[in-house]
Structures are given as structure tokens and as C-alpha cells.
Ligand binder design. Structure first.
Ligand code: NI
Length: 180
């Protein structure tokens, strides 16, 4: 697995900032999406949000299915969760902005997301009980300044922050998730 150098790593104000909606899909936005996909594949992540590369706009890339070498990228412009329900499920999550750790996060198991694609078409994504459901929620959180650690109870959060500091001190780099 490769490590990439341009990922915004916590703590950083850009990871706690509300991102601006994209008014028009320009060449700049298309280039940003390409760049984010490149970083995501290089680090074998399943998603990446624009603030993680320092751009405070509502853009997310996701691909939960490229294990057989075939890529299925989704680029979501201004995504919003229109339904989040179903049983809460706890799964292990990692984040390129928190290298070296993975945390147990509980989220609704079913989501419906609406977003524009790069052609400006309104798309609707539905995911239930799978990595896509987790990934969509995790990445869209980033657009609103929320990280996976913000979902933890205070004690657990403090513990994971200590673990994260230790991982950083040990030289953890984006793309390394540590053990669950
Ligand atoms: Ni993340």
C-alpha cells in the first residue's frame, strides 16, 4: 500500500469546518475529483472527502468494490443524506486523516443519499447493511466537519485520541489503519 503526502491529518481545522456547496462543476472540480480518486486508490481507502485534501467544498469520492482490480468509482457533488434509518450497526472504521487507528462506530444501517454527479445529474444512492452505507455516512460527515471520533462517547473518544497520538508518535502515515 502506498502512502500519499497531501492528506490533511488530524488535528487540523479543515477537518472541523463546514464545507461550501459546489455551485457549478468546473474543470477545477473535475480535476479535484480525479486527484481524490488517485489518493483513495493509492491508499486503498473506500472513500475520501475534499477537506481531507484541503479543499473545503462538498465533494466526495467512493469506491467500495475494486478488490478484483475493476474500479467502480462514484463522485458525489453536494451529497446529502435524505434517509438514515434501520437498526444501528457497529463496524470498524478507519480514516486517512487519522492514520494508525481504527475505531468502532455505530451508525444507522440504511441510508439514501442524493447527490449530483460530475455531469450535473441528480443521483440517488441507497445502501443497506454494507460497507457502502458506512462509507457514505463517514465521508458525508467530513463535509460537515465531523469525524469518526465525534461519534464516540467521551471516555472512548479520549482513549482513541491517546491511541492516535501514540500512532502518530510512532510515525503512522495516511493509509495505515492499525488493528481494530
Ligand atoms: Ni475519513
Amino acid at each position: 500500500m502506498a502512502v500519499v503526502d497531501d492528506i490533511v491529518v488530524a488535528p487540523d481545522k479543515r477537518l472541523a469546518t463546514e464545507c461550501a456547496p459546489i455551485e457549478e462543476v468546473t474543470d477545477e472540480i473535475r480535476a479535484l475529483a480525479d486527484h481524490m480518486l488517485e489518493d483513495m486508490y493509492a491508499t486503498e481507502g473506500c472513500g475520501l472527502a475534499a477537506p481531507q485534501v484541503g479543499e473545503l467544498v462538498q465533494l466526495v469520492v467512493v469506491d467500495v468494490d475494486y478488490t478484483k482490480g475493476k474500479r467502480h468509482p462514484y463522485v458525489l457533488v453536494n451529497p446529502r443524506i435524505v434517509v438514515a434509518d434501520g437498526e444501528e450497526r457497529e463496524t470498524g472504521e478507519g480514516c486517512l486523516s487519522f492514520p494508525g487507528i481504527s475505531v468502532r462506530v455505530s451508525r444507522p444501517s440504511h441510508v439514501v443519499v442524493e447527490a449530483r454527479n460530475l455531469d450535473g445529474d441528480l443521483m440517488r444512492y441507497e445502501a443497506k447493511d454494507n460497507l457502502m452505507a458506512v462509507c457514505l455516512q463517514h465521508e458525508i460527515d467530513h463535509l460537515h466537519g465531523v469525524t469518526m471520533l465525534d461519534h464516540l462517547r467521551p471516555l472512548q473518544r479520549a482513549k482513541m485520541m491517546r491511541e492516535y497520538q501514540a500512532a502518530l508518535a510512532n510515525g503512522a502515515r495516511p493509509g495505515e489503519t492499525g488493528d481494530e
